[in-house]
Design a protein around this ligand. Structure first.
Ligand code: GDP
Length: 311
């Protein structure tokens, strides 16, 4: 399946209500208050956030005032334009320096957000691309996490460093760095234990890991990505702000966009924090991690009129 089909299929369920509110007004000659209210409600419930929703509504009002011919389908163009502008700069390719320049990436987030799965998917994607990657199973807290990552690694032919259940996660991170360095890898992907962003003691564990890694290489971890479940809703922004403030995030991965998630949370997070959105999780298989593309995103979440009409 091509990338665009994956995006489209991924967003099919979640973006239904949003697309429905626009497809209802496509042929309408003039938008009335009810149409506007229904669009506004759909934008809010798609989790785009208050500012972006208000900006879209305001822009539709302004365009309507300026253009007496403003029709239902023009509202769709306005919404896409605001989203495109808001997301401008969010796409960033993940390019690694060549071998012998080991970089470390920490996958951070709350429990169940998809960190372990994303570590495996990313390892697979990079390996296919020719990078030399080592996984570090540093979630020693959740009993099944190490087994889960090892199972993925075995299936995908990836190498993985792990410790016993309950081991010091910073020590496993240290071992991962050493092994990756000895094997001349160009990326070590560290799976960290899920933690609530409001739990200070668990956050301290992350600081310890960061300290230990930076003793080996003062630039490490070079990348700290927040993995966020796309169905988290507006709480996702709160999580991202706290993790960013405490840990200094460098990027974002949004997962489970193939489920019932509405897909808008990444707009509100990017608007506030301007963190590059490197990848989206669009399924549970190894190749369901897709580089973020603004145009694919727009065409999937809010496709143009002819696509909406045919639905
Ligand atoms: P962790 O606790 O953050 O490490 O989360 P896991 O990686 O264990 O993922 C939690 C659950 O979400 C697992 O059942 C994964 O298969 C599932 N999952 C992760 N990413 C995705 C995704 O993009 N789409 C879907 N449908 N499920 C996902």
């Amino acid at each position: 399946m091509g990338i665009f089909s994956k995006f489209k299929k991924g967003f099919q369920k979640g973006a239904e209500a949003l697309q429905g509110s626009f497809s209802k007004v496509l042929g309408v000659k003039k938008l009335d208050a009810n149409d506007m209210a229904s669009i506004e409600e759909a934008l809010y419930s798609a989790d785009f956030g208050v500012e972006t929703t208000e900006e879209i509504i305001q822009n539709i009002h302004e365009a309507f005032k300026k253009d007496k011919e403003f029709k239902g389908q023009d509202a769709l163009h306005v919404a896409r334009e605001v989203l495109r502008r808001t997301l401008s700069g969010a796409e960033k390719s993940f390019i690694l320096p060549p071998e012998d320049n080991l970089q470390v990436l920490c996958m951070i987030g709350v429990n169940g957000s998809g960190k372990t799965t994303t570590c495996a998917k990313l390892g697979h994607l990079l390996k296919e691309r020719g990078d030399k990657v080592l996984l570090g199973a540093c979630d020693t807290f959740r009993a099944a996490a190490t087994e889960q990552l090892k199972a993925w690694a075995d299936r995908l032919g990836l190498e993985c460093v792990f410790g016993h259940h309950g081991a010091d996660s910073a020590a496993v991170a240290f071992d991962t760095f050493s092994a990756a360095s000895a094997r001349r890898c160009n990326l070590a992907i560290i799976d960290t234990a899920g933690r609530l962003h409001v739990k200070d003691n668990l956050m301290d564990e992350l600081f310890k890991m960061k300290r230990v890694l930076s003793k080996r290489d003062e630039g490490a971890p070079h990348h700290s990505w927040l993995v966020i479940d796309g169905s988290t809703g507006t709480n996702g922004l709160e999580q991202a702000k706290v993790f960013n403030q405490k840990f200094g995030l460098t990027g974002l991965v949004v997962t489970k966009l193939d489920g019932s998630s509405k897909g808008g949370v990444l707009v509100s997070i990017y608007r506030e924090l301007k963190l590059p959105i490197y990848f989206l999780g669009l399924g549970e298989s190894a190749d369901d991690l897709q580089p973020f593309s603004i145009e694919y995103y727009l065409d999937s979440i809010l496709p143009l009129a002819q696509t909406l009409e045919s639905q």
